[in-house]
Write a protein that binds this ligand. Structure first.
Ligand code: SF4
Ligand code: SF4
Ligand code: F3S
Length: 265
């Protein structure tokens, strides 16, 4: 892809469901078209690139070998059995990451798969799925967990990097503080019900219809750090709790093991 002066971005998909990209495709401020046509040059992205097959691989290697670029990774990296559980163009995800990551200026891991291994890492983790930062130790990495994360958290990070040429301030899990610095529970619109002891006891009961607190049916908002109640999703102004479903902790490491059962405590 011709880039002009636009910063180049390589986006690698590994062991994942593409939900992070799907969510980003519905983003606004900026929308994805403006992002990839005006702001960055997205030189490789399996879901949205026009190229296919050898042409796509050529684009990838052309950028990796000849230009500075920012690397985005979506999906976990399976490490068991020499990594054969995820292969693209004849190479394992481990091999591709080992080839591309050392040349990246910085890495953004998008989604709970690329950050912490994702649902496929749930015990007993049959493919040995891990996040990028488990394998790449010598590059600046920012983690944008969530399944999927809010596009605002990703776009804010990439625009911060392009504007200031450095990554945003992060917590100990490498999550940007602007998006993950506060607990769900501290900004939830049902918090007054929690404080007053008004709880949903069972999905569909009168308290549920009244919009009371979901803690007793499993909400993990008190243990989860994310901007969901403040930012909500993609301009439709909803987030899990606003539609009557507890938070399942999707921005936290190992939530698939540590936050379960999702519907009961
Ligand atoms: Fe899909 Fe969730 Fe993984 Fe994103 S983090 S690729 S939405 S499973
Ligand atoms: Fe906290 Fe969840 Fe209750 Fe909201 S619904 S107040 S996040 S426990
Ligand atoms: Fe995930 Fe909880 Fe937000 S489940 S989308 S962190 S409300």
């Amino acid at each position: 892809a011709a880039s002009g002066e636009r910063p180049r971005v390589i986006w690698l998909h590994f062991q994942e469901c593409t939900g992070c990209t799907e969510s980003l495709l519905r983003s606004s401020h900026p929308d994805l078209a403006r992002l990839i046509l005006d702001i960055i040059s997205l030189d490789y992205h399996e879901t949205v690139m026009a190229a296919a097959g050898h042409q796509a691989e050529h684009n990838l290697h052309e950028t990796v070998n000849n230009h500075p670029f920012l690397l985005v990774v979506e999906g976990a990296i399976p490490t068991k059995d020499n990594g054969i559980h995820c292969m693209i163009a004849g190479k394992t995800a481990m091999e591709i990451l080992a080839e591309v990551a050392p040349k990246a200026s910085a890495i953004i891991a998008i989604g709970t798969c690329a950050t912490f291994g994702g649902v496929q890492a749930a015990a007993p983790n049959p493919t040995g799925a891990v996040g990028v930062w488990d394998l790449v130790k010598d590059k600046p990495i920012v983690n944008i967990p969530g399944c999927p994360p809010n596009p605002v958290s990703f776009l804010g990070t990439i625009l911060h990097y392009l504007t200031f040429n450095r990554l945003p301030l992060m917590d100990k899990l490498n999550r940007p503080l602007f998006a993950y610095g506060r607990r769900i529970h501290d900004h939830c619109e049902r918090r007054a019900h929690f404080d007053e002891g008004r709880f949903v006891e069972q999905f569909g009961d009168e308290a549920h219809q009244m919009g009371y607190c979901l803690y007793k049916v499993g909400c993990k908002g008190p243990e989860t750090f994310s901007n969901c109640p403040a930012v909500r999703f993609n301009g439709v102004e909803v987030w899990p709790v606003s539609v009557g479903h507890g938070c399942i902790g999707c921005t936290e490491p190992n939530f698939w093991d540590t936050m379960t059962p999702f519907y009961d405590r």
